[in-house]
Design a protein around this ligand. Structure first.
Ligand code: ZN
Length: 67
């Protein structure tokens, strides 16, 4: 799993950090890194992550890879 900070808010604790599954992980759910609440399926976040990666060099509102 990758711990990432995204421009998204956990709807339980309001946290911005999420655990993102890698292709090798059995579990493919995206969960809040703080309270472990189920956030959404990884497919739904795929485009967000792609956007985040494209924006990484700028360290802007999409946040950064924390791990
Ligand atoms: Zn949370």
């Amino acid at each position: 799993m990758l711990k990432v900070t995204l421009d998204l808010r956990c709807n339980v604790c309001g946290g911005e950090r999420f655990m993102i599954p890698t292709p090798n992980d059995q579990e493919q759910d995206v969960r809040c890194a703080d309270c472990h609440a189920f956030k959404c399926c990884s497919d739904a976040l795929e485009e967000t992550m792609a956007s985040a990666r494209r924006r990484l060099p700028h360290q802007d509102q999409w946040g950064y890879l924390a791990s």
